[in-house]
Design a protein around this ligand. Structure first.
Ligand SMILES: Cc1cc2nc3c(=O)[nH]c(=O)nc-3n(C[C@H](O)[C@H](O)[C@H](O)COP(=O)(O)OP(=O)(O)OC[C@H]3O[C@@H](n4cnc5c(N)ncnc54)[C@H](O)[C@@H]3O)c2cc1C
Length: 369
């Protein structure tokens, strides 16, 4: 009997399992495919405070600090870079949006300033002539999200977590002592507590316990260019939030921004939507015109989940004692290392330093378990 069964090996599940084990619990973590194979390992890696909702800024500030300190906290480097970040507006309407959004985020604690476009171009000469106004945050940056699984695996093993990778949850049941879990391989496990942190697949698992959540799945596209000459040293975004751009040490440029593809998380299928892909590239080339001559070598899609108010599900599962949820965190790569620790503090019986986000706020239906 484990003290806690954690389902999902993304940043949310891995971070929670790690903090529970470090807090003294006997923990098992299961992932259907492997640690960091979901959104946490395929995201754009942007650690930008400028694109976080004001209410999530305190969590993002702490999450960024944890990635910066990954070597000490996890024992593995995640190629963290604090580059500084610029967010651009190309029209008067976008400038108005930029000023309003950044005022909220500044009030929430993000160190940033609105700067004229000429100053932005002096900082990052590749920025194109259409930029009218910019905001600048000196602590924005990025890390290598493909290192997520490797980084957490080392720390989880060192903390004594039992890892089961390549085997998913087929069935869940509430028992007198806690939870009985049957894996797809047929193996069975028991735990006093359960944490569901299965990203875009969380709804399916919650339903096994009779809980209905209003989760919507999105299909975010990311593209990477061939290696090109050094064009950008900072992370670059757009006032609408529909662009993230950064150049890696190896010269490739990573282009994201949440443009939508198509997919089916149950079948593991994805498809690029050409019109959206082109819009994403056009926006990137408006920000940095020298990108126009470069080739895209790969585009991919990751599954991201959210609920109607775009705030996290982080707390007790409604109607199911000793079950917890951590999912639907927008900007979750940045925020994950922080919010997973906060949830673990609550599960361990403590009071988290920042509030959680009650999953019961949607009046979710729990059948008698
Ligand atoms: C393309 C893309 C770009 C993004 N860019 C950024 C960014 O630049 N910056 C940022 O801060 N955030 C970004 N995000 C958001 C961020 O990646 C996510 O919020 C975060 O990674 C979610 O973590 P998670 O642990 O909840 O989910 P995931 O990482 O998806 O983990 C869920 C895990 O559950 C497992 N699982 C599913 N079903 C089962 C089952 N039945 N049994 C066992 N295991 C199961 C899956 O295999 C998966 O590994 C992006 C997201 C996407 C998709």
């Amino acid at each position: 009997m484990f003290d806690a069964l954690v389902v999902g090996g993304g940043v949310m599940g891995a971070g929670t399992a790690l903090a529970l084990a470090r807090g003294g619990m006997r923990v098992m973590l299961l992932d259907r495919k492997g640690l960091g194979t979901g959104a946490s390992g395929v995201n754009a890696g942007t650690l930008s405070l400028q694109i976080k909702r004001a209410s999530l800024v305190p969590y993002a500030l702490r999450g960024r600090e944890r990635w910066a300190d990954a070597h000490r906290l996890l024992g593995v480097d995640v190629n963290y870079h604090m580059t500084g970040g610029l967010t651009l507006a190309f029209t008067d309407a976008e400038a108005t949006i930029l000023e309003a959004r950044m005022a909220e985020r500044k009030a929430a604690g993000v160190p940033l300033e609105i700067i004229p476009a000429d100053r932005a171009r002096a900082m990052e000469p590749a920025i194109g002539p259409r930029a009218l106004l910019a905001s600048y945050c000196p602590i924005d940056g990025y890390a290598d999200s493909t290192a997520t699984g490797r980084a957490y695996r080392a720390a989880l093993v060192a903390a004594g977590v039992t890892l089961l990778e390549g085997d998913g949850v087929a069935a869940l049941e509430r028992t007198g002592a806690g939870f009985a879990l049957r894996a797809e391989s047929g193996a069975g496990f028991e735990g006093r507590r359960l944490v569901l942190a299965a990203g875009a697949w969380t709804q399916r698992l919650a339903r096994m316990l009779g809980v209905e959540l209003p989760i919507v799945v999105r299909f975010n596209m990311v593209s990477v260019t061939e290696r090109i000459r050094r064009l950008a040293t900072m992370t670059i975004g757009h006032a609408t939030g529909l662009l993230t751009l950064k150049q890696s040490d190896n010269g490739t440029m990573l282009i994201g921004g949440g443009w939508q593809g198509r997919g089916d998380p149950e079948r593991g299928e994805t498809a690029i939507v050409p019109e959206n892909f082109l819009m994403n590239l056009r926006l990137a080339a408006t920000a940095v015109p020298a990108l126009r001559g470069s080739r895209i070598v790969r585009s991919w899609i990751g599954y991201e989940a959210h609920v109607p108010d775009f705030l996290p599900l982080a707390g007790a599962m409604p109607g199911v004692p000793d079950a917890w949820l951590l999912a639907c965190v927008r900007g979750g790569y940045t925020i994950g290392p922080c919010i997973s620790e906060l949830l673990a503090t609550r599960i361990l019986g403590g009071e988290p330093e920042l509030p959680l986000f009650d999953p019961g706020r949607f009046n979710s239906v729990a059948a008698a378990a």
